[in-house]
Design a protein around this ligand. Structure first.
Ligand code: ADP
Ligand code: MG
Length: 576
């Protein structure tokens, strides 16, 4: 289509735009960070695609991002020679909200609708639309490689935009912001986005690690020089422009750990992974030797809302000598660690390697093993040194570790010390090693009870005796808990014992305590037992005199080898 079209923004987008334009917040300067990060992402994409298709570069491989403030027109232009967008891509990408960060932002804003939090916006990666925080009008001109025509998109953020084909010689995207008057005021340089030094500071503050040069023209006024190289005092100054690169181009992870502030790590994390919250944990390591790599890993503070439903993805980005190679590399870490996000930079990942080849790379497998080790080590340290933090971790990702225990045979032992369970002895979650350290004399097994919550478990008749003997019982409320315990089978050579399964193995405890003479009682009451058994034929397999009851007259148990009662419930639910 060549004619100019006017289109409506998607309803959610319009809502977001209204919020951005009309809410009161202080942090409007982040628009520059967002637009520069889009430019950098776009260059990442062409760089990667061109590895297998060099023609895409159209002979232009000097990747750069250019800022151009213009006093005359009160505009700021941000341009890149990245991947650009086709007509359909513009419609698809600009004007619809796909990003979880943006959705989370909208939700948060609505939550706080009565009193909009002034700084909320700075925490989120709100992307392209942030341009409207400072601009009256935004014009985007873009061309994807191989396209004869470019696309011109324009909007004042009022709910509609126009789109049409146009000519554009070079590949990439130009974003032209017609700035609102308050952001061109020379008297308030900090908010004057035409001021070169303001822009330079913002780049330093938010985008210093961007891997492509962010350039800007600086205008110098100098008096011409005389024969001896001295300025001629009474001559008219001469204007020259000088192109300067504003960012230092050193990726954060190449610096030494002790030269990096937590804020810098957080910035890197938020920008790479579009989160608005600081990560819970950061792991930064540099390894030299047979395999060589640098890695920065993050554990996000919260799991994505659909973390346990969707197909496993990974958030590991691969780099080779500071250059982005690929995203979402899946096979590096076991599935139960898929919550970890971050990057690995290694000279061994060749740039033009395909995904398939990479999968078979022995180097990469080694790197993966190392990363797994250091993640587990970090978690162990957190568990032992900072239980509160670990509880936050567990709340988000505990289920992932538990499912790792039963689905990944090789990880069982590695994960067992990271598990936490509620217990009869404590309001706090306890680890298996906490439990074992508190076992009472003569106790040979780890007891657990299953049920839907604490009160239903505590009402089980079987609990009475254990409670009286002072034996701790682990509570399993989640169905994956029981799968995990079943898979483990034992911990430090001590078996797990369901309190509703078979013999409770209490003989070694309280040896001196008077034992009910079950044998004699069984003989004495044989007719009663037989008649109960007959009445319940097909429902139970055995009726026994029990020593495990205190005040309840009867309880149901499974045989030693039978599945537990709650497992039976699960299975019968699955049948339905
Ligand atoms: P995000 O960057 O998180 O995807 P944005 O709102 O910042 O979200 O951008 C939306 C989409 O618009 C991007 O995913 C990208 O496809 C496209 N886009 C934005 N800026 C550019 C650009 N400079 N070059 C190419 N595509 C871009
Ligand atoms: Mg973006």
């Amino acid at each position: 289509s060549t004619a100019k079209e006017t289109r409506q923004f998607q309803a959610e987008t319009k809502q977001l735009l209204d919020l951005m334009i009309h809410s009161i917040y202080t942090n409007r300067e982040i628009f520059l960070r967002e637009l520069i990060s889009n430019a950098s992402d776009a260059i990442d994409k062409i760089r990667f695609d061109s590895i297998t298709n060099e023609a895409l570069l159209e002979g232009n491989a000097d990747f750069e991002i250019f800022l151009l403030p213009d006093e005359q027109t009160k505009t700021l232009t941000i341009s890149d020679n990245g991947i650009g967008m086709t007509y359909d891509e513009v419609i698809e990408n600009i004007g619809t909200i796909a990003k979880s960060g943006t959705k989370a932002f909208l939700a948060k804003m609505q939550e706080n609708a009565a009193a909009p939090d002034s700084d909320l916006i700075g925490q989120f990666g709100v992307g392209f639309y942030s341009a409207f925080m400072v601009a009256k009008k935004v014009t985007l001109i873009t061309r994807a490689p191989g396209q004869a025509k470019g696309v011109r998109w324009e909007s004042t953020g009022d709910g509609t935009y126009t789109i049409e084909e146009c000519d554009k010689e070079t590949r990439g995207t130009i974003l032209l912001l017609e700035l609102q008057d308050e952001y061109t005021n020379a008297e308030h340089p900090a908010e004057n986005y035409l001021n070169r030094f303001t822009l330079q500071n913002l780049v330093k503050k938010y985008s210093d690690y961007i891997r492509y040069p962010i350039k800007m023209n600086f205008i110098k006024e100098e008096k011409p020089l005389d024969d001896e190289g001295k300025p001629i005092e009474d001559a008219e100054p001469k204007q020259t422009t000088e192109v300067r690169t504003l960012n230092s181009l050193t990726p954060l992870w190449t610096k030494n750990k002790n030269q990096i502030t937590p804020e810098e790590y957080h910035k890197l994390y938020k920008d790479l992974f579009h989160d608005w919250e600081d990560p819970l944990e950061i792991i930064h390591s540099k390894v030299e030797g047979a395999v060589e790599y640098t890695t920065v890993l993050f554990i996000p503070a919260h799991a994505p809302f659909d973390f346990y439903q969707r197909e496993a993805t990974s958030g590991i980005r691969l780099y080779s000598k500071n250059v982005f190679v690929m995203d979402n590399y899946k096979d590096l870490l076991p599935e139960h660690l898929r919550f970890v996000r971050g990057l690995v930079d290694s000279p061994d990942f060749s740039l033009n390697i395909s995904r398939e080849l990479l999968q078979h790379s022995a180097q990469l497998a080694k790197v993966g093993k190392n990363l797994e080790k250091s993640i587990l080590k970090t978690l162990e340290t957190m568990l032992n040194k900072d239980r509160d933090k670990y509880k936050k971790f567990w709340q988000e990702y505990g289920r992932a570790l538990k499912s790792g225990v039963y689905s990944d045979f090789n990880s069982r032992e590695k994960l067992q010390d990271l598990l936490l369970f509620p217990s009869s002895k404590s309001d706090e979650l306890v680890s298996l090693s906490d439990y074992v350290s508190r076992m009472i004399e003569g106790q040979t097994v780890l007891y657990y009870a299953t049920g839907k919550d604490r009160s239903s478990v505590e009402q089980l008749p079987q609990m009475e005796l254990l409670r009286e003997k002072g034996i701790e019982v682990l509570y399993l409320f989640d169905r994956v808990d029981e799968f995990a315990i079943d898979a483990l089978n034992q911990y430090k050579e001590k078996k797990f014992q369901s309190i509703s399964r078979g013999d409770l193995k209490l003989d070694d405890i309280d040896k001196d305590a008077e034992k009910p003479e079950t044998e004699a009682l069984t003989t004495e009451h044989k007719p009663l037992l037989d008649s109960i058994k007959e009445k319940l034929t097909g429902k139970i397999s055995e009726v026994k005199i029990s020593s495990r009851l205190k005040t309840s007259p009867v309880c149901l148990v499974s045989g030693d080898n039978g599945i537990s009662l709650s497992m039976e419930q699960i299975l019968s639910e699955m049948d339905q």
